[in-house]
Design a protein around this ligand. Sequence first.
Ligand SMILES: Nc1ncnc2c1ncn2[C@@H]1O[C@H](COP(=O)(O)OP(=O)(O)O)[C@@H](O)[C@H]1O
Ligand SMILES: O=C(O)C1=C[C@@H](OP(=O)(O)O)[C@@H](O)[C@H](O)C1
Ligand SMILES: [Mg+2]
Length: 164
Amino acid sequence: MQRIYLVGFMGSGKSTVAKALAKVSKMSMFDLDKVIEQKAGQRISDIFYAHGEAFFRKLEHDALLETTKQTGIISTGGGIVEREDNRNILSQQYVVFLETAWTEIVERLKDDQERPLWHQDLEVKKQLFDHRQVLYKEVSQFVINTTYRSPENIAQAILENIHK
Ligand SMILES: Nc1ncnc2c1ncn2[C@@H]1O[C@H](COP(=O)(O)OP(=O)(O)O)[C@@H](O)[C@H]1O
Ligand SMILES: O=C(O)C1=C[C@@H](OP(=O)(O)O)[C@@H](O)[C@H](O)C1
Ligand SMILES: [Mg+2]
């Protein structure tokens, strides 16, 4: 497998699992949010506040396209599936959906200060969550529930699925 993409809602553990998976698989890893921050010289939240979400989505799309020329584990941002062109790219790759219960997401992100889209009404976030679950399923080949599993255990399960 040349590339493994991780998708899922904010807080599903994409960034954390990508690191654990890189460790056990000895593959390199890219966190799209980190790639965008380095390229823009700004934090994700500052990009959102200074230039708006659409501008961030363009940077995100460009970064995703770049990864198709590379090898490794790619941790995406939760909104990667919002754009149809991104879903078309992902549909041609090996994609793992980290499925996580809503109540668990709320618990994991209760002290979050980093994610601009987490700072809105709970109702609005829940609607976003429901809307995106369908899209994550649509682009993924493998779904793994993360709710009662450690990042290391999830990484191991992904590796086993690839080698089976
Ligand atoms: N499997 C897991 N079990 C418990 N907590 C987790 C798990 N995966 C991630 N977390 C925690 O949830 C929070 C969000 O994780 P992160 O990897 O940043 O998610 P994402 O990149 O999907 O937004 C972090 O505090 C992280 O430590
Ligand atoms: O869900 C989203 O739209 C976003 C998720 C974030 O990444 P994580 O899913 O890693 O938190 C980050 O890309 C940005 O704040 C937007
Ligand atoms: Mg992340």
